[in-house]
Design a protein around this ligand. Structure first.
Ligand SMILES: Cc1ncc(COP(=O)(O)O)c(C=O)c1O
Length: 442
């Protein structure tokens, strides 16, 4: 029987919330009960401007009619079809649509249900690819300090966020890390890509010399590191990584779970930076965050390496019950249509300069020590309170919420990534509220 859930439930104890200070939250809960366009509505009836596209995922904004209608229609037409040895049309249509919008070498799509699963899938494809080609010694995986690749064991092993790793044992073996690219002394307040730091990619040569290139399967990086607090790749850095990977036969994986689907003003960061990896992981903006779905994009070279052996044999022993789920596929198709029809990637590109100016106007406010940006993404780094790291940024988060703005914080960094439908007045509103909060921040 359908029933109306009270706007703030009486019992908050059962739900163990992810990446949340549960006790603090439950004393003073912050609940969204609806959303439309650029705004959430709280349980008290207040509008809150979405400065983060949910969790970097609602790139088309909220309550978009094409997407909500497609989901409803699909649910009543075909709710589920087995994902293994059976198909349904929408998954094939979505894969073709993704191939058509992806950079040229990417011709095949493997569906997952999240960014974390896309990462696991890409790492496994990389390992298996080398093996099916007779290069089974290539088992080592290289990530990067401060990298975020989701929360599953492969992802936290190649990832470089200490708290996401240190509680969980010895992780995958055979993993090494490149140094992160944060050079505040040289690059603070850079607009776009920083000048300094391309040389950090050369550390891959050190790792190759240590382990032997013939033992390394893949390097995985976020082309722009998001969750660690928005770190742009230094000029020339990604090109150098590509060069060294190619030289040693190592696959390059771009984790585009955040940068995919218009965040930088292009479909993918690979287009934006003009550097082609061998595998691309996606999720989030693929379905506008509305239904869980991710996808790994693979080049023909990688895919075709598996298409040997007897035709009745399964080529890749990997997949999820919900890979290419019909409702998620319908949501994905409607999302891509919304991006196209509303020109949202173009809007992101057109507003990037206005966004950059608004963001950098916050320079000089109390405790601000760096500002970084690209496309419709921005970060403001605050100096931490002595003995209480993260508290200052979290206070800013709470105050912004009270004043009608959703921001996101990691450590003492404020990260911003609004839906790509934002307009100039909303950008002014966002920086107006944030500037006011920063001015008064203890
Ligand atoms: C680059 C990157 N990879 C992977 C993930 C994990 O995605 P999910 O939370 O959907 O598993 C994220 C999430 O923020 C991400 O930013």
């Amino acid at each position: 029987m359908a029933y109306d859930t009270p706007k703030v439930p009486n019992d908050l104890s059962a739900f163990w919330m992810p990446f949340t200070s549960n006790r603090q939250f439950k004393k003073n809960p912050r609940m969204f009960v609806s959303a439309d366009g650029m705004y959430y509505k709280t349980s008290e009836g207040r509008d809150v401007l979405d400065g983060t596209a949910g969790l970097w995922c609602c790139n088309a904004g909220h309550n978009r009619p094409l997407i909500t209608e497609a989901i409803a229609k699909q649910a009543s037409e075909l709710d589920y079809a087995p994902a293994f040895q059976m198909g349904h049309p929408k998954a094939f249509e979505l894969a073709s649509a993704l191939r058509d919008m992806a950079p040229e070498p990417f011709e095949h799509v493997f569906f997952t249900n999240s960014g974390s699963e896309s990462v696991e899938t890409a790492l496994k494809i990389a390992l298996a690819y080398h093996r099916v080609r007779g290069e089974g010694t290539r088992t080592r995986l290289i990530g990067r300090e401060r990298g975020y690749h989701g929360v599953n064991f492969g992802g936290i092993s190649v990832g470089g966020i200490v708290n996401n790793r240190k509680f969980f044992g010895s992780l995958l073996t055979g993993v090494d890390h490149l140094p992160h690219t944060h050079l505040p002394d040289e690059n603070a307040y850079t607009r776009g890509q920083p000048e300094h730091g391309a040389y950090l990619a050369e550390d891959l040569e050190r790792i190759v010399a240590l382990h032997g290139g013939e033992n390394i399967a893949a390097v995985i990086v976020e082309p722009m590191a998001g969750s660690t607090g928005v770190l742009m790749p230094p000029k020339g850095y990604l090109q150098k990584l590509r060069e060294i990977c190619t030289k040693h036969g190592i696959l390059l994986i771009f984790d585009e779970v955040i940068t995919g689907f218009g965040r930088l003003g292009s479909s993918f960061a690979a287009d934006h930076f003009g550097v082609m990896p061998d595998l691309i992981t996606t999720a989030k903006g693929l379905t506008n965050g509305v239904i869980p779905m991710g996808a790994v994009l693979a080049t023909a070279e990688i895919h075709d390496a598996f298409m040997n052996g007897p035709e009745e044999a399964i080529e890749l022993f990997h997949g999820y019950t919900y890979s290419g789920n019909p409702i998620a596929s319908a949501a994905g198709l409607a999302t891509l249509q919304t991006y196209r029809e509303d020109g949202l990637f173009e809007n992101a590109a057109a507003l990037a300069d206005y966004w950059e100016d608004g963001l950098h106007s916050l320079k000089g406010l109390p405790h601000v020590i760096d500002i970084r940006n690209m496309g419709l993404i921005g970060a403001i780094e605050l100096s931490p309170i002595d003995g209480a790291p993260t508290k200052r940024a979290f206070d800013a988060f709470l105050q912004c919420y009270e004043k009608g703005l959703l921001i996101r914080t990691t450590g003492d960094i404020i990260a911003l990534s609004p839906p790509l439908m934002i307009n100039k007045a909303q950008i002014d509103e966002l920086f107006g509220i944030l500037g006011g909060v920063l001015k008064g921040l203890k």
